[in-house]
Write a new protein. Structure first.
Length: 203
């Protein structure tokens, strides 16, 4: 697995991260539907389900968090891919200049060649530093999203507690909603986890 990932160009990995996050967003849309169903069911259940409604708002917040974070991370992944391309280009220029220097025998060209090498090396070092910073920032954003999604377990527990208080007619359905929250949020975290693994080799 490690060797396979290391051979992949960064733009390919960025695309794979984007794909994983998009899968998570699709699941989040299903979770949004679950929240709508829970809200409608709570209304039918009446006062006994009054505590259920605020919890459904927490589900909506979780969905919005997933949407917003995924969009932000996708943009970061695209920027990182562009920086990696520029870094590779700068590295190639530096290698070519080194090659020319090794073959050059005329001292009059060495001064201008050294200046060109210094500029190329400076460009490469700056891009390399920028790449490292952006890669770290991207990984931190993914980790933060992964950690924040843990709140789904708390939401699911709260839903189960509230479900035990409602009229027995609605209890089974509300418990099923609690299970769906756990199932969908775990699936989203799985895709975020895969994205984290893709970038773990760059730091």
């Amino acid at each position: 697995m490690r060797d396979t990932i290391e051979r992949k160009p960064l733009f390919v990995i960025a695309a794979e991260v984007s794909a994983e996050l998009n899968r998570g967003v699709k699941i989040a849309k299903q979770l949004q539907l679950v929240a709508s169903n829970a809200r409608a069911l709570a209304l039918r259940a009446g006062e006994s389900a009054a505590g259920f409604r605020p919890v459904t708002d927490s589900i909506d917040e979780l969905v919005l968090l997933t949407f917003h974070s995924s969009n932000t991370i996708n943009l970061q992944a695209q920027q990182l891919s562009q920086i990696a391309t520029e870094r590779t280009r700068a590295q190639c220029v530096l290698k070519q200049l080194n090659h020319v220097e090794q073959r050059s025998t005329e001292a009059k060209f060495l001064s201008s060649l050294n200046q060109a090498k210094q500029r190329a090396n400076k460009d490469y070092q700056q891009l390399n530093t920028l790449f490292t910073l952006k890669a770290k920032s991207l990984k931190e954003a993914l980790q933060e999203l992964y950690d924040q999604l843990r709140i789904a377990q708390i939401i699911s527990t709260m839903l189960s507690v509230e479900a035990s208080k409602v009229d027995e007619r609605y209890r089974v359905q509300l418990n099923a909603i609690a299970e769906s929250v756990t199932e969908f949020s775990d699936a989203i975290r799985h895709h975020v986890s895969l994205s984290l693994k893709l970038f773990s080799l760059f730091l």
